[in-house]
Design a protein around this ligand. Sequence first.
Ligand SMILES: C[S@@+](CC[C@H](N)C(=O)[O-])C[C@H]1O[C@@H](n2cnc3c(N)ncnc32)[C@H](O)[C@@H]1O
Length: 197
Amino acid sequence: MKSLKDFYDDTAEQWAELWYKNETMLPVLQEFLNCFLKKPIILDLCCGTGYESMRLKGLGAEVIGIDFSEKSIDIAKKKNKDICFFVEDIFNDYSYIGKVDGVVFLAGLVHISENQIYKVVENLDKVLKKDGFILISSKIGNGLMQTKRIVEGIEYERPFYGYTIQQVTNYLSNDYSLIKVIDGEPDWFNIILKKKG
Ligand SMILES: C[S@@+](CC[C@H](N)C(=O)[O-])C[C@H]1O[C@@H](n2cnc3c(N)ncnc32)[C@H](O)[C@@H]1O
């Protein structure tokens, strides 16, 4: 069976085709950027082909994008010459990017199991400044919802997890406070958390 990374490499063009023109997340991104008093540096974690990075930049932020899919990052770079993108696994240390004021983690948590969350947060914590903000958008649910996906007859590993807002805020409660829940798509939540000073 092919891996999750293969899935995003092989389908990168379709995601770009679908989402560069879909502005569903724009009001949520705007509300997130309203948290900052001056032009922030935002890390787009699991940025895919860079469509939300593009929107964040358009709304006035400096943006850095990270994703482990080379094909996705190739597209992101071609479409956004003024944004820095890195091919990186979020389970690796990426503190070489420097410090950021905010992190958006949009539909990335869906591929992270409960017992892996601490590692993602540990890495994210190294780059996010004190008093910084995180926007998390994720599927509402209770645990593993899917394990694989078949595209054009090819089977891919694609674990997909649902969480509740309560679960996510509990995982992060030592270092982060929930400050806002933003309405979004049905079955998805958008939350903003603030890193404790
Ligand atoms: C559902 S897509 C979300 C893309 C985009 N953030 C959005 O909101 O539409 C999940 C993304 O997470 C990336 N991803 C999954 N696991 C990853 C990992 N361990 N490290 C880096 N990127 C990962 C995939 O390559 C894919 O681009």
